[in-house]
Ligand binder design. Structure first.
Ligand code: ZN
Length: 175
């Protein structure tokens, strides 16, 4: 596994719509393993393929609920993901992005969502997520459409310490 370089704003690839994954062969498996390694090394709670210069509909997320420290963070690999349901109920919270180091912003997101897609072997998956996990999924899926959190942030500001330097279970999860 290799840690890949994370591209940062304003790299054009971050603004392109990602292409659908059509093959689940060894090449995709290598990309996924590298993305997991890159996300953990950052460290971050999520990473979308365009952030490592790959224009594919693919994201990895690793997140554990803060209240439950006994449970290890859960890893999700999302291939060709789509949000099929979004709650009307929304919440504003502060988030950051590995591709926009040094900045955070207040973004309104749905509290609960359903994501459908495929796992790394090409089997269909469906995930119901709420709270931070739902926020992370919405942030990562935005990346696949060329959208960044600064596009719909109500407020963006600079932080001295990048939020992803905090442990994933503390402070602001950065995706
Ligand atoms: Zn991001």
């Amino acid at each position: 596994m290799t840690v890949r370089e994370i591209v940062t704003h304003p790299a054009p690839i971050l603004r392109r719509k990602a292409r659908k994954v059509t093959s689940f062969g060894p090449e995709l498996q290598t990309i996924i393993d590298d993305m997991i390694e890159t996300m953990r090394s950052a460290p971050g709670v999520g990473l979308a393929a365009p952030q490592v210069d790959i224009p594919l509909k693919l994201a990895v997320v690793e997140y554990g609920e803060d209240e439950d420290e006994e449970t290890p963070p859960r890893l999700y690999v999302l291939v060709n993901p789509e949000i099929t349901r979004k709650s009307e109920e929304k919440e504003v919270s502060t988030e950051g992005c590995l591709s926009i180091p040094g900045f955070v912003g207040d973004v309104e997101r749905s509290l609960e969502i359903t994501v459908k897609g495929y796992n790394r072997r090409g089997r269909p998956i469906k995930i119901n997520a709420q709270g931070w996990l739902a926020r992370i999924f919405q942030h990562e899926l935005d990346h696949l459409e060329g959208v960044l959190f600064i596009d719909h942030a109500e407020k963006v500001w600079k932080v001295d310490e990048a939020p992803y330097q905090a442990a994933p279970n503390q402070a602001i999860p950065a995706d």
